[in-house]
Design a protein around this ligand. Sequence first.
Ligand code: BGC
Length: 399
Amino acid sequence: MATGTFPDNFLFGAATAAHQIEGSNTNSDWWAFEHTASSGCRDPSGDACDSWHRWDEDLALVQSLGLNSYRFSVEWARVEPASGEFSLVALDHYRRIVQRCHDRGLVPVVTLHHFTLPAWMSERGGFESPEIAARLGAYTERVAGAIGDGIGLACTINEPNVVALMGYLLGVFPPAVRDRKRFEVVSDAMRSSHRAMVEALRAGPGHYPVGLTLSMAEMEAIEGGEAQYAQALEHLEDAYLRAVGGDDFIGVQCYTRLRFGPDGPVGIPEGARRTLMGYEFRPEVVEHTVRRAAAVCGLPVVVTETGISADDDAERIEFIDTALRGVAACIADGIDVRGFYYWTLLDNFEWVLGYSQPFGIVACDRATFERMPKPSATHLGRIARSRELGSPVGAEPRQ
Ligand code: BGC
């Protein structure tokens, strides 16, 4: 395969998550967190993008852009609103999404857990509860039974390392704890929950690849930071990459580079380009993390998320273009990369940062919910349709 071209069955998609786009996810731990003054949340999620009602508009958009896949998540708080009580209406809702994806020629990529817990589960201790793996397993079994025959690819837990880090070590996500011991307990629970979910998915109808999606970064040690770097790599990446043996793929999600000094993470290099999130502009992270994930765990790779928060869409185009060049280089070197999902389809609820971070290839009017594709959506769609990268974007001086 010539460098810069993608195989016929390569998946090009956009990714979303239920809580960030559906709206009114009132029965979840995040909804409660957003309404707690001390949480530091900028906005409540509110109606989000109203995708609970406008989901088919979203699918129509993905299809019209020329993408061949859509990644979305099933919301546990809706499917199991009270312990042991499953909502047939919610399961049917997600079944219709899966079926409609097929009607529209889109491979449905389903994530079972994307950051949120039902309020009742968080009250029982969330990821610190000894029940968590069994509970996630039981929920997954129901979802698999309802939609498994239509799933194209399943992701168990979205970024379990971020949930553990932000929720239990940095205290930024619910339950806003800062405690290394509890972080370690939760990190172990993430891995056992993943295994229970893989089993539940495989025991149900349908045959589709199953994997975990991991947040990865281009990590580097600067002088004296070797121990901090090694510790971060072990707890945030390698402990998970060792635990996914027997899975069908690893989902790589990456946004930037992280550098470590003797006291932990250090700021971005002086003069380096920054994104609106304050991250270093680093689309090369995709090639770096794909190569690393493949080398460490030996599984096929799907880039289940990468993207950039930017007001200037030209920056997004440049990011996508460079990121895909990195993927193409990996494929040319024989690495089994199966897909690329841009985060995200719609400008949406960016957790603690509320609606301040436009990651989407499609803008969403906050008052009317009108969807307005940006030039980056057309750019990604063009590459997806032709399966070829044209000349590099961003190489010429911008006007
Ligand atoms: C998460 C998304 C989030 C995105 C951008 C990923 O870590 O899966 O939910 O919106 O990064 O910060």
